[in-house]
Design a protein around this ligand. Structure first.
Ligand code: ADP
Length: 483
C-alpha cells in the first residue's frame, strides 16, 4: 500500500508502483536482456522503482505485435464507431484513475500533483473523447476529373506508428500521440522518456482494461540511443512521431531517411517570445509573464522564455514581476501550496544552473533567483535576467528551466525583428489592446501558435506545431489526426 508524500502538508497517497515491465502484445514482460534501470524521484534523488530496460530486440518484438495487429487484427478493420466506443471506455478509465496517474507523473517528473490531476489528466481524457468523436468522421473526397472519369480519395491509417515522447508532460504526450492514432485505426509502439516511464505503463494497463485489442498499443521503456533509436530506424514502422529536443529530432529524421523513409513528425524546442506593449494592463501582464516561464518549472517547450517589454511600461512591469517572483512558492510537488516542483533530474538541474552562470558571465543583470533551493532535490529559484541582448546564449538556447530573459524594446518593428531573432518558431504571445498591433504581430511572428492576450491557451481543436527548427507536423485537432 502507499506511503505519504515526503514533507507534504496534505496527505496525498503515493501509489504503489504496479507496472514496471514492458507492455508488448497485451502483456507485461521483462526485457529480453533481463536488464532494468532506475527511475528517480527528483524531490530527493531516491529510486522510485526499477523498470525494464528495453532495447532493439524488445522493439522488434513490439513492432512484430503492432504489425500483426495492423495487418491482420481487428482494430483497423472495425468501424469508426466501434473504435470510438472502446476509446470512450478508455477515457472513462483514465478519468476514474486520475489520481493514480497524476501521482505517477508527480513522482517521476516532479510535476505538481494537484495541477496534473486537475489539468493534464482531464486534458488527456478530453483528447481521447475528442478523437473518439472523430473516429467515424474520417473521409476522403470525390474527384471529378477532366477526362470523364470519377475518382475518389480515401484517408487510410498510416500503419504502425512509433511514438517517442519526452519527460515534461508524460501522460499528456502519451495521449496526445496515442489518441489520434487509435482513432485512425493505427497500431503503435510507444517509447516513453527514461526519466518518466511509469504513467505510460499504467496507461497501457488501462488500455487493456478498456478492451483495446492486444498489439494495438505497445510500450517499450528504455533509453533513447537504444530503444528510441531502434524505433526511429525500424524497417517495419510506417511513421515516427517525436516530441523532444531539436538535436534528437535531427537524429530521428536522419534515421528515418536512412532506414525506410518512414513519415516523420517532429515537435521540437522553442524560445518563445512574449511581447508586452505599452497599452497592456500591468496587473494582467506581470502574472502572465511569470507563469509563462515558471509553469511546470520552465520545462515546457512553449515557455515564454523571452519577455519583450515596450519601454513605456518596462519599469513598472519589472517591479511587479520581481515582487511576484519573490512570493512564488517552490516546494514539494505533492504540497498543494507549491507552485513549482523540482527539475526533472540531475542533468537538467545542472544544465539550468550552468545557463544561469552563463547569463551572469555574459553581462545580463540578475534581478531575482539564480541559485538552487534547499539541500535536497533538484529545486531552482525562479530566476529573472534583465538587459538580455539577442546574441547572449540565454536568449538563444532553450534552457528548459525557470529562467526568464527580459528585453526592452521601442517600436513594433523592433519587437517583430527581435521576436523572430531565433532559430525556433514554436509559439509566441502578444499583450496589447490595439487590434491592429495584435493582427500585425500575429502575422509577422514566424511561429506555429501566436496567443493574443493570453498564454498556454491550448484548445482540443487547435492544431499545434512549429515553424523553423521547432519542427513540422501537427499534434492536436483534426490536423493532428491527418498529419
Ligand atoms: P531531452 O533533451 O529534453 O531529454 P530528448 O530529445 O533527449 O529530450 O528526449 C526525448 C525522447 O527522445 C526521449 O524519449 C528519449 O529517450 C528519446 N531519445 C533520446 N535520444 C534518442 C535517439 N538517439 N534516438 C531516438 N530517441 C531518442
Amino acid at each position: 500500500a502507499g506511503q505519504k508524500a515526503n514533507g507534504s502538508s496534505e496527505s496525498v497517497e503515493i501509489p504503489e508502483i504496479k507496472f514496471t515491465k514492458l507492455f508488448i502484445n497485451g502483456g507485461f514482460v521483462d526485457a529480453i536482456s533481463g536488464k532494468t534501470f532506475e527511475t528517480i524521484d527528483p524531490r530527493n534523488g531516491q529510486v522510485i522503482a526499477r523498470v525494464a530496460e528495453g532495447d532493439e530486440d524488445d522493439v522488434d518484438l513490439a513492432v512484430e505485435a503492432a504489425r500483426e495487429a495492423f495487418d491482420h487484427g481487428p482494430w483497423p478493420r472495425m468501424s469508426g464507431q466501434e473504435r470510438a466506443k472502446i476509446m470512450m471506455k478508455y477515457a472513462d478509465l483514465v478519468e476514474e484513475n486520475a489520481e493514480e496517474v497524476a501521482a505517477l507523473d508527480a513522482l517521476d517528473a516532479g510535476k505538481l500533483f494537484a495541477l496534473v490531476k486537475a489539468g493534464d489528466i482531464p486534458g488527456s481524457v478530453a483528447q481521447l473523447r475528442y478523437y473518439a468523436g472523430a473516429a467515424d468522421k474520417i473521409h476522403g473526397e470525390v474527384l471529378k476529373t477532366s477526362q470523364g472519369f470519377q475518382g475518389y480519395t480515401l484517408r487510410e491509417p498510416v500503419g504502425v506508428v512509433g511514438h517517442i515522447i519526452p519527460w515534461n508532460f508524460p501522460s499528456t504526450f502519451f495521449f496526445w500521440k496515442v489518441a489520434p492514432a487509435l482513432a485512425a485505426g493505427c497500431t503503435m509502439v510507444v517509447k516513453p522518456a527514461e526519466q518518466t516511464p511509469l504513467s505510460a505503463l499504467y496507461s497501457a494497463h488501462l488500455a487493456k482494461m478498456a478492451g483495446i485489442p492486444d498489439g494495438v498499443i505497445n510500450v517499450v521503456t528504455g533509453f533513447g540511443p537504444t530503444a528510441g533509436a531502434a524505433v526511429a530506424s525500424h524497417m517495419q514502422i510506417d511513421k515516427v512521431s517525436f516530441t523532444g529536443s531539436t538535436e534528437i529530432g535531427r537524429t530521428i529524421l536522419k534515421a528515418a531517411a536512412e532506414s525506410n523513409l518512414k513519415h516523420v513528425s517532429l515537435e521540437l524546442g522553442g524560445k518563445s517570445p512574449l511581447i508586452i506593449f505599452d497599452d497592456a494592463d500591468v496587473d494582467v501582464a506581470a502574472p502572465l509573464a511569470l507563469t509563462g516561464i515558471l509553469f511546470n518549472k520552465g520545462e515546457i517547450c512553449v515557455a515564454s522564455s523571452r519577455v519583450l517589454v515596450q519601454e513605456g511600461i518596462y519599469d513598472e512591469l519589472v517591479k511587479k514581476l520581481i515582487e511576484l517572483a519573490k512570493s512564488w512558492v517552490v516546494g514539494d510537488p505533492f504540497d498543494p501550496k507549491a507552485q513549482q516542483g523540482p527539475q526533472v533530474d540531475k542533468n537538467q538541474f545542472e544544465k539550468v544552473l550552468s545557463y544561469i552562470e552563463h547569463g551572469k558571465r555574459e553581462g545580463a543583470t540578475l534581478l531575482a533567483g539564480g541559485k538552487p533551493l534547499g539541500k535536497k532535490g533538484y529545486y531552482i529559484e525562479p530566476t529573472i535576467f534583465a538587459d538580455v541582448t539577442d546574441n547572449m546564449l540565454i536568449a538563444k538556447d532553450e534552457i528548459f528551466g525557470p529562467v526568464l530573459s527580459l528585453m526592452k524594446f521601442k517600436t513594433i518593428d523592433e519587437a517583430i525583428a527581435r521576436a523572430n531573432c531565433t532559430r525556433y518558431g514554436l509559439a509566441a504571445g502578444v499583450l496589447t489592446k490595439d487590434i491592429n498591433t495584435a493582427n500585425t504581430m500575429s502575422r509577422s511572428i514566424r511561429a506555429g501558435t501566436v496567443w493574443i492576450n493570453c498564454y498556454f491557451a491550448f484548445e482540443l481543436d487547435a492544431p499545434f506545431g512549429g515553424y523553423k527548427m521547432s519542427g513540422f507536423g501537427k499534434d492536436s485537432g483534426m490536423e493532428g489526426l491527418y498529419k
